[in-house]
Design a protein around this ligand. Sequence first.
Ligand SMILES: Cc1cc2nc3c(=O)[nH]c(=O)nc-3n(C[C@H](O)[C@H](O)[C@H](O)COP(=O)(O)O)c2cc1C
Length: 176
Amino acid sequence: MNTRNPGIANFGITVIQSRHSVRKFKDAEVPQEFVRKALECASKASTARNVQPWIFVVVKEKETLAKIAELAPNGAFIAGAGVGILVFGEADHQYVVEDCSAATQNLLLALHAYGYGGCWIAGNGKDYAEAVRELVAVPDKYKLMSIVAAGVPDVGGITLAEKKKLEDIVFNEKYE
Ligand SMILES: Cc1cc2nc3c(=O)[nH]c(=O)nc-3n(C[C@H](O)[C@H](O)[C@H](O)COP(=O)(O)O)c2cc1C
């Protein structure tokens, strides 16, 4: 419920609650307009001291997506994505993991809000991180933090991953 407009669904909460990973995509484009809007949302993420220690590389060429899929078997589905967004962070920044993770989540939420499916592919600390960075010619003052594969979902309906119950993970005042 929207507390200022009771009875009206809160779109932001609906988007957060319904986001889910999508790994199968139709052979369709994600229009640049939506890629840009999603990147704008990424750039609005909270960062320590507002440093914004990131750059984003948008990959749409099938050949490059296929090479990333080869390098990163855990993200092989990126080969069928309409777009891959590679999140790089300033390698020597103290809060690079936190900041780039916040941006990555914003990317996923924005793409979902526009009706595109997506999935986070691990980047930070992976053995392919350097190879992916070199593939897209990013200077070594940055390191790969995450990859988002996105596209038009090729799945029937929504399957939400099971999440832990709040009763098991939330404590009031003290752990007990
Ligand atoms: C840091 C991180 C790394 C992830 N890496 C991968 C990955 O390499 N491949 C993959 O298929 N999914 C990856 N995921 C997606 C998770 O598997 C997924 O979010 C989780 O299973 C929960 O499902 P949901 O996103 O539908 O809620 C990653 C997610 C995070 C946050």
